[in-house]
Write a protein that binds this ligand. Structure first.
Ligand code: ADP
Length: 473
């Protein structure tokens, strides 16, 4: 029942067969009505002629005029009817069926005719036409009698029956043709969809890039287009996933390679002085720390990539969070003699996940210190309106070239790869930061000029509305 082809077939059959069948029924009924109508008018004409003859021959009083009797019997045979001539006292003076002769006819139709109403009626159930006609003198001086005719219409019925039979045969033929045509056309209509389904079935992970053929009628083409677009998006996701995996492997391998080189050179030389051992081991520890940093950052990123369920939202004083982070970072800034200034336009209370938001502030300010010059400055400002709060971190550092500004949020992206080893960057900080901001339904932007400085702005809604509530609204 849920098959489109089945429904289409039924619809096509009904659409072709029903009008034909209905039309046939209509034609048959019109045919019967017309034939009866014709019979009635013929009977009426003949009855008028007979009545005139009866009047002119004085048949009623003379009882038995041969020419009238002959006419009556001729009419009886040609119209398969019964004719009664009734006098003014309702006595039947002539009955072609003989049986009722001399009896009194008080049937309703005769009585109505007595009152001056000539009648002609068709009894559909009995298949008879009944006709009464008053017989009066030419000067219309009172009723002499009544002419009553009852004609069977069996011949009309048999004609209608035979037409109906032929029509039934025709109907069956039409039905067979309609079923055949409906099956064929529904197959034709469904074919492009079937083809689409087959092409989709053939898609495996190996041929993701190959678009499925776009052909068939307009709607099928649109589905194929939409599907191809979706596959392109999946392909992009797959590409970025693969790139991420290869980046992760590379990043994790680098410290291990360095450690191996350091350890190997210690092993290969004999009688190495203790200071050199210490130096090499210090380098090894640095590499271990780096490996640790990368793994920690990766774990943080994986956590961020999870759904918003992982968020632990509470109402927090944002000023306090920023102050706490700055307190931790001040000693690092002091090493480069960098001035850290926090300016808050108003106290801000907002719905945030404290741990993740602290990480946002920490990453931005730490970068502002890391990529700064000696004796530079970092300004942090906090502001809010009725809907959002805004955190701005500006520095007087080295800046980011314009062409790579939108790449800095990519995972493992670093502007200066060589410098990264000195600064200890993993290239994951800003990716984590952006994920955390997005989880808070906020946005982050970067403005920077090389050799002048960089500003990161973060905008986060004061009230966190979870996805269920958002969808409900
Ligand atoms: P990293 O661990 O290398 O700092 P991030 O994801 O935090 O990784 O930053 C990515 C890159 O963006 C950095 O390597 C650096 O080149 C650049 N960058 C980030 N913040 C700043 C800044 N405040 N000034 C200049 N460059 C920056």
């Amino acid at each position: 029942m849920r098959s489109m082809r089945f429904l289409l077939t039924i619809l096509l059959i009904l659409m072709t067969f029903l009008p034909l069948w209905g039309g046939g029924q209509f034609v048959v009924s019109v045919l019967r009505d017309e034939a009866i109508e014709e019979r009635m008018s013929e009977l009426q004409d003949q009855a008028t002629i007979l009545r005139n003859h009866i009047v002119s021959t004085g048949y009623i009083n003379a009882s038995g005029v041969a020419s009238v009797d002959a006419e009556i019997s001729m009419m009886t045979t040609s119209y398969n009817c019964r004719i009664e001539v009734i006098d003014s006292s309702l006595r039947i003076i002539k009955d072609t069926y003989i049986i009722d002769k001399s009896k009194i006819n008080i049937s309703e139709i005769v009585l109505r005719c007595m009152n001056g109403e000539n009648q002609i009626e068709y009894d559909r159930e009995q298949n008879v036409v009944e006709l009464t006609m008053g017989i009066s003198n030419r000067d219309n001086s009172g009723l002499l009698g009544i002419l009553y005719i009852s004609a069977e219409t069996q011949d009309v019925e048999s004609l209608v029956e035979s037409v109906k039979q032929k029509q039934a045969v025709f109907d069956v033929l039409v039905l067979v043709v309609a079923i055949g045509a409906a099956l064929y056309f529904s197959h034709l209509l469904i074919k492009p969809l079937k083809k689409l389904e087959q092409s989709i079935d053939l898609i495996t992970t190996d041929n993701l890039q190959e678009p499925i053929p776009v052909q068939g009628y307009y709607e099928a083409e649109q589905i194929a287009d939409a599907f191809n677009e979706m596959m392109e998006r999946i392909q992009k996701l797959e590409d970025s996933r693969q790139e991420f995996v290869s980046n992760v492997s590379h990043e994790l391998k680098t410290p291990i390679t360095s450690m191996k080189v350091l350890a190997d050179s210690l092993l290969m030389q004999e009688g190495i002085p203790e200071e050199m051992y210490k130096e090499f081991l210090t380098d090894i520890v640095t590499e271990i720390d780096r490996e640790n940093d990368i793994i920690t950052a990766l774990l943080a990123l994986v956590k961020m990539d999870k759904s918003a369920d992982a968020l632990n939202i509470t109402q927090k004083n944002i000023n306090d969070i920023v102050e706490t982070v700055l307190k931790r970072l001040r000693p690092i800034a002091a090493k480069k003699n960098i001035e850290l200034v926090f300016e808050s336009f108003r106290p801000v209370v907002a719905d945030v996940d404290e741990v993740k938001f602290s990480m946002v502030v920490n990453n931005l300010v730490e970068n502002a210190i890391k990529y700064n010059v000696l004796d530079g400055w970092v300004h942090i400002t906090l502001n809010a309106d009725h809907k959002y709060f805004y955190l701005k971190v500006s520095d007087s550092g080295i800046g980011i070239p314009e062409e790579v500004q939108d790449k800095v949020f990519d995972r493992f992206y670093r502007v200066d790869k060589a410098r990264a080893r000195e600064t200890g960057g993993t290239g994951l900080g800003l990716a984590i930061t952006r994920s955390a901001v997005l989880l808070h339904r906020g946005s982050i932007k970067v403005y920077s000029k090389e050799e002048e400085g960089t500003t990161f702005t973060v905008r986060i809604p004061l009230n966190y509305i979870d996805a269920d509530r958002r969808n409900a609204e």
